[in-house]
Design a protein around this ligand. Sequence first.
Ligand code: DOR
Length: 433
Amino acid sequence: MIDLIVTGDNVIDRYNDYSGAGALYISDDKIESFEKQKADPDSVDKNARFIDAGDKIISPGLVDMHVHLREPGREDEETIITGCEAASAGGFTAVCCMPNTRPVIDSQEVVRFILSRSRFSSARVFVIGSISRDLDGKQLSEIGDMVDAGIVAITDDGKSVMNAQLMRNGMEYAGMFGIPVISHAEDMNLSKNGKVNEGYISTVLGIKGIPSIAEDIIVARDIYLSKFTNTPIHIAHISTKGSVNLVREAKEEGIIVTAEATPHHFSLTDELLRSFDTNLIVNPPIRTQADVDALHEGLKDGTIDCVASDHAPHSPEEKDVEFNQAPFGMLGLETSVGLSLTYLVHKGVLTIEGLLEKMTVNPTRILKLPYNGFQAGSLADVTIIDPDLEWIVDASKFRSKSRNSPYVGYKLRGKAVCTICNGKVVYSENSMG
Ligand code: DOR
């Protein structure tokens, strides 16, 4: 029995290299069939829900491979349920959650806890375990056990693994288990006490800076370790021109390195810090126009494989402090699609196909997620996007538990208008009926 039909003129399925009209016939949580022509509402089962997307884009569900869900430990900032609601409202059918929770995701127990909580969430959750126990940078986590429980990668995100020997061991284990290592690239001696990009603005503002070399040095080290151990390395939230060049050269050499960029790193520069908005405090810091240009170049030529939000909720009490005291991080799930369309697609950096590739196929390939686009038997996860819808970011509409976005009040062009996960409509704008 068909429960849901989604049809339109503008299907873009980057998994199967298809652009054109189409109709998805969904039964329960799976795609029963996909046809390369529009469905006629008069000739289909009247019991099925019928969504006509018109000329809006119908894509396989978007994946955000870098999300902080905060549960367990900081349920005042976000929970698995609210984070997933934010994901659904932002057009994401799957998120990958980072291990810097309390307790840290460093054992099978915590992985199982998260997976069991996410059984009732509106988006799929894929868990990323830590490289080191309690993120202490000293001893490896129970990587094999966590792989058995279902993790898709390891990282100490939020911190850098400063000990190259430990990183090497982590990579060798990850290689054995067939999962990638995600590098939070930051030499923590070079970045110590820094809050913003080191440069003209940090000097003018009198705030200790984080130099670009703090990132570049670890990116270079991890590329070398990847080559040495023959293990895939994925560079999280790449932010500097130097790192983009390093990744580009490594790819040319055939090293298995991939990278992601966040909307805040490709849309903002440190000039904005003159506002002293603590929501702009992120790690790595927002950088200069030259870095933003390099990110655009890297996104365009394929050096940067993915767009990921680094959704990092923080409470108002924590963010409503002086610059030097503010924790790093900003929300991302509900603005990622709008920012990517506004700053990449509408500015001619990427085509819509190019952007969707970085939000669907590429994260799926890197993390070996169970997605293969619109084919019979595939998971019924779908995102409908209106690439031209203009909207204003309104904090009161956020599904996230937190409000720490510097984009509040920004006018964006492009938005996810309907999200279907597991065959259920989990988010829908009024315009979608
Ligand atoms: O800005 C950030 N916030 N960068 C990170 O690496 C960690 C994250 C967090 O957990 O708040």
